[in-house]
Design a binder for this molecule. Structure first.
Ligand SMILES: *[C@@H]1O[C@H](CO)[C@@H](O)[C@H](O)[C@H]1NC(C)=O
Ligand SMILES: *[C@@H]1O[C@H](CO)[C@@H](O)[C@H](O)[C@H]1NC(C)=O
Length: 457
């Protein structure tokens, strides 16, 4: 028997530990009003919150950050923790309620659409926004009455918003994309790298598609005779280092499974080709022919009218998927000089036919990347029909990060959570990106923002 005295001492310690560890989890709640209506606070109640103080008015177009902190000292009543705030969209019959809840599984922020419907979210439904301790949780609402877009977009978000964006050229539409999209697993690697330095994603192409990504950076390599995705760099002294990710065959199967039930437009951009079996040289013409032949296994490859001369960015979204069928474009940017041959009339294009401005910031500093990318966007996108612009919202590991163990995915999470706070206030109806390009595409937040961009233009 353990002495009772000892037990109560342990209980007391546990109590102190629990209070200390669980006290006042806090984070930022970013509210993005990209509707043309002012949001006026109707009511606010809070029970057991240390911080739950919302502005009385959130102007049209504004992004507001609210600090949220749970009062957990009273942890016995945790299940009752909660708070609400109601906003009305002035001049419309619409309103919604934001809620803080602490179910047994933890904390969550949510939006109850009691008097509003958004694309994919019927009136009366509740959107779970999640919760990030010390981080950012966002709620975005954009567009006009009858065609609102919000957080929690539907899986087939393009098809669901065709009535608004179907008649627009691709260069006048925003979509989210995945950097180094195949690198969610390591299926082979060199001696001097580990997961921290090669993984850019946590979910497969299938999972990224489900979260809404539609543009995929695919880097084909030959590894032990098989086409895979890879992530390699030539490092002085040690030579080529890196790893292989998802196999091309798996990616084909995942795209086909997705397009079988989602009539969406998907763009694959093939670059950084490398033969790891023979000296890390570029793929030869024969290798490319074999790769493209394998890729003809993708269903719904889209063959444009005048396929060898068409500028895909000036075609409308409706021309690709308006018939209720998915469309897949494969853009090629070979390292060497390669001819597409007969593949040019089978859904494969040269990069000049989908000419994206794409210039990454090559920094691990969030503030440097944010100002660099936003400046580039303002320079390139002076009108809604300017050259296609890829917002490279990614951070790059420096030598210091590799030494102190900051992984690519750590940096990705920092950049991804800054989309709501730092990107959402920076675009306008005339100056906006076409591809919101991120690492770790593991939520639908970037998709909701792309839809907000589209609803705002
Ligand atoms: C949040 O920040 C506090 C204060 O810096 C720290 O003690 C705590 O461990 C952090 N929690 C998480 C989950 O990161
Ligand atoms: C394809 O990817 C390469 C490498 O990231 C990039 O330089 C190029 O701009 C991309 N092309 C298109 C058409 O997106």
């Amino acid at each position: 028997m353990v002495p009772a005295r000892y037990l109560s001492f342990t209980t007391a310690l546990l109590f102190i530990w629990t209070v200390a560890v669980r006290a006042g989890q806090s984070g930022k709640f970013v509210l993005i009003n990209h509707t043309p209506y002012e949001w006026a606070q109707v009511s606010s109640t809070d029970d057991q919150m240390d911080s739950w103080s919302f502005p009385s008015v959130i102007p049209a177009g504004a992004v507001q950050t609210v600090n949220v902190e749970w009062d957990e000292a009273d942890f016995d009543k945790q299940a009752e923790s909660g708070a609400e705030v109601v906003y009305a969209l002035m001049g419309t019959p619409n309103s919604f309620q934001l809620q803080a809840r602490a179910p047994s599984s933890g904390f969550t922020l949510q939006a109850l659409l009691h008097n509003i419907a958004t694309v994919g979210n019927p009136q009366g439904s509740t959107i779970n926004l999640g919760w990030n301790t010390n981080g950012t949780t966002a709620f975005v609402l954009a567009g006009k009455e009858g065609e609102f877009a919000s957080s929690n977009p539907p899986t087939n978000w393009m098809q669901s918003s065709l009535s608004t964006i179907g008649s627009r050229q691709l260069r006048s539409i925003a979509m989210p994309g995945s950097h180094d999209a195949g690198m969610s697993v390591i299926t082979g690697k060199t001696a001097f790298v580990d997961a921290d330095d090669v993984l850019t994603q946590t979910g497969s192409i299938a999972s990224q598609l489900t979260f809404g990504s539609r543009y995929f950076d695919i880097r084909p390599v030959i590894a032990s005779g098989v086409f895979k995705t890879g992530h390699y760099s030539d490092i002085s002294i040690v030579g080529w280092q890196g790893a292989d990710g998802q196999a091309i065959s798996d990616i084909i199967n995942e795209i086909n499974a997705f397009t079988a039930s989602n009539a969406e437009l998907i763009v694959l951009n093939l670059s950084h080709d490398l033969n790891t079996d023979s000296g890390y040289g570029a793929l030869t013409q024969t290798d490319w022919n074999n790769l493209l032949q394998q890729l003809t296994g993708i269903n719904h490859l889209f063959v444009a009218p005048n396929p060898t001369s068409v500028d895909l960015t000036s075609m409308t979204l409706g021309q690709f998927i308006g018939n209720g069928q998915a469309a897949v474009l494969v853009i090629t940017q070979p390292s060497g000089s390669i001819s597409l041959g007969s593949f040019a009339t089978q859904g494969f294009y040269t990069y000049s036919q989908y000419n994206a401005y794409n210039s990454y910031s090559d920094t691990d500093s969030l503030s440097t990347m944010v100002s660099d990318q936003i400046n580039k966007m303002k320079t390139v996108r002076t009108s809604p029909t300017s050259q296609l612009f890829l917002l490279s919202w990614t951070l790059t590991q420096g030598a210091g990060d590799i030494i102190d163990g900051t992984s690519i995915l750590d940096l990705a999470n920092e950049a991804d959570s800054a989309l709501s706070s730092d990107f959402s206030g920076a675009y306008t109806s005339t100056t906006f990106p076409n591809i919101l390009y991120i690492d770790n595409f593991a939520s639908s937040d970037a998709t909701a923002l792309a839809m907000a961009v589209n609803a705002n233009t």
